[in-house]
Design a protein around this ligand. Structure first.
Ligand code: SF4
Ligand code: SF4
Length: 108
């Protein structure tokens, strides 16, 4: 398993991480009733570009640093991919733009 998004991302709406991932393996999803982002562990190439982009330090560089959320990222990946198939990928947005994930509430 690779880079992991942690619990502190819950409810976050900026999603700076998505805009920089070179393999587009960061996906929106709902978790515990809030917007969340997951990293697809089968696609992440461990490049590390996303980690310094997160304004709240919610990304870690290995599953060992947060084993519980490594499992959460992996388990939520299929739902996130299905969501993107249905609704399309998020477009890049400016830092001060409104939240771009209100539609995520469609994912249970
Ligand atoms: S930049 Fe950080 S807090 Fe924002 S969506 Fe990505 S992981 Fe979550
Ligand atoms: S480490 Fe690289 S490939 Fe993996 S999620 Fe972050 S930006 Fe994407």
């Amino acid at each position: 398993m690779t880079y992991v998004i942690q619990e502190s991302c819950l409810g976050e709406t900026y999603a700076a991480c998505v805009d920089v991932c070179p393999v587009e393996c960061i996906h929106p999803v709902q978790h515990e009733g809030k917007p969340f982002m997951i990293i697809d562990p089968d696609v992440c190439i461990d490049c590390g570009v996303c980690l310094p982009e997160c304004p709240i330090g919610a990304i870690v560089g290995s599953a060992e640093e947060d084993p519980a959320y490594a499992i959460v990222n992996k388990d939520l990946t299929p739902a996130a991919i299905e969501y993107e198939k249905a609704h399309g990928k998020m477009a890049p947005r400016a830092p001060n733009a409104p939240p771009r994930r209100p539609e995520n509430k469609l994912i249970k």
